[in-house]
Design a protein around this ligand. Structure first.
Ligand SMILES: Nc1nc2c(ncn2[C@@H]2O[C@H](COP(=O)(O)OP(=O)(O)OP(=O)(O)O)[C@@H](O)[C@H]2O)c(=O)[nH]1
Ligand SMILES: [Mg+2]
Length: 335
């Protein structure tokens, strides 16, 4: 299981003289952040995905492994928004596993489906890694109401509790309420915020990175206003923010994170594709899995646009953001 983030170990210094052949000093252990028990959290994921899961799990309540079972499973996966490609892939893979394992009862087929789904989702597992040349700059994007600001708030708390100095950039500059919402999270986590009413969002991000550097911050996170990928001028604005961030710090942004609402099903996949085409995403945060009947969409994302899932959200509270674990998710989905 991943902790919330890790820091890249500092580069080993190049030995200055040939006599420097002593064994390298043992590398310091990576600073990892202790996490509270996952039990309560898993419970919420279970409950949230139950709507999806119960209809898939239902398929395995009979006594026979026959064509009807596979047909029902196909329908259940499509209903869960796994999409045509991932559904077909999972069915083929499952049939192969069933044959190989010589499974004879539906419950063992369900267990094999958990394995197949875990393997499909595995490439989405990735841990957030902070750069060794701080600040690590993250830009957070997504459609309106996806959960960007809330997720930034939660992530900020986790980073701050892991002794990382965080600065927030309120690059959602148009709505006073948006700036206020972010500043409440900043206060809660005791971190700084750069915010300027009506300013150009790219300029606010630029200022925040410079301020972050001047203040010795480890992480700068820019919150952006929600937008649809079809609003081309607003997508251009995001590209500009990204470009300008790169001017403030050459290697930045280190992370371009898309927040997607897990409830939106196949629409989430189109959002991933559109934002990735425009901005070359480095990671996803999938929110609202506490109330969804569409949990299968992660399979579709894994099959069609495998952008890593850094975190998933199962509620509005701080502890409701967790790292993504393929097997845990597959188990919760098919419980
Ligand atoms: N149930 C549930 N609600 C969530 C989750 N994440 C966010 N929310 C709620 O979703 C609503 C929108 O969240 P915001 O963080 O404001 O979303 P946003 O993407 O910043 O929205 P805009 O800035 O308006 O585009 C709020 O009421 C949040 O509390 C989650 O994982 N589960
Ligand atoms: Mg917001």
């Amino acid at each position: 299981m991943f902790s919330f983030f890790k820091k890249k170990p500092p580069a080993q210094p190049v030995p200055a003289a040939p006599e420097a052949v002593a064994p390298p000093p043992p590398t310091a252990p990576e600073p990892v952040v202790e996490e509270p028990s996952r039990a309560g959290w898993l419970q919420r994921l279970h409950q949230g995905l139950r709507k999806t899961g119960s209809s898939i799990a239902q398929v395995f309540t009979g006594t026979q492994i026959d064509d009807a079972l596979y047909e029902e499973l196909e329908a259940a996966l499509l209903m869960a928004d796994a999409g045509v490609k991932a559904t077909q892939y999972l069915l083929d893979d499952l049939k192969r596993r069933v044959k190989e394992a010589k499974a004879t009862d539906p419950q063992s087929v369900r267990a094999l489906l958990v394995d197949a789904l875990t393997e499909l989702l595995r490439p989405l597992e990735k841990q957030l890694t902070l750069t060794d040349a701080p600040p690590t700059v993250m830009m957070v994007v997504g459609v309106n109401g996806a959960g960007k600001t809330t997720s930034i708030g939660k992530l900020t708390r986790h980073l701050a509790e892991g002794d990382q100095k965080v600065l927030l950039a309120a690059a959602d500059t148009f709505r006073a309420a948006a700036r206020e919402q972010l500043s409440i999270w900043a206060d809660r986590a005791h971190v700084g915020i750069v915010s300027q009413e009506g300013a150009d969002p790219a300029a606010v991000s630029f200022d925040a990175i410079n301020a972050g550097r001047a203040r010795g911050c480890d992480v700068v996170i820019a919150d952006t206003a929600g937008r649809l990928p079809t609003q081309l001028h607003l997508m251009e604005e995001l590209k500009k923010i990204k470009r300008v961030i790169g001017k403030a710090q050459e290697t930045a942004p280190h992370e371009v994170l898309l927040v997607v609402d897990g409830n939106t099903g196949q629409n989430a996949l189109s959002q991933v594709k559109a934002f990735d085409d425009a901005l070359q995403l480095t990671g996803l945060i999938v929110t609202k899995l506490d109330g969804t009947a569409k949990g299968g969409v992660l399979a579709a994302i894994a099959r069609e646009r495998p952008v890593p899932v850094y975190f998933i959200g199962v509620g509005e509270k701080l502890e409701d953001l967790e790292t993504f674990d393929a097997r845990e998710f597959a188990n919760a989905l098919l419980a």
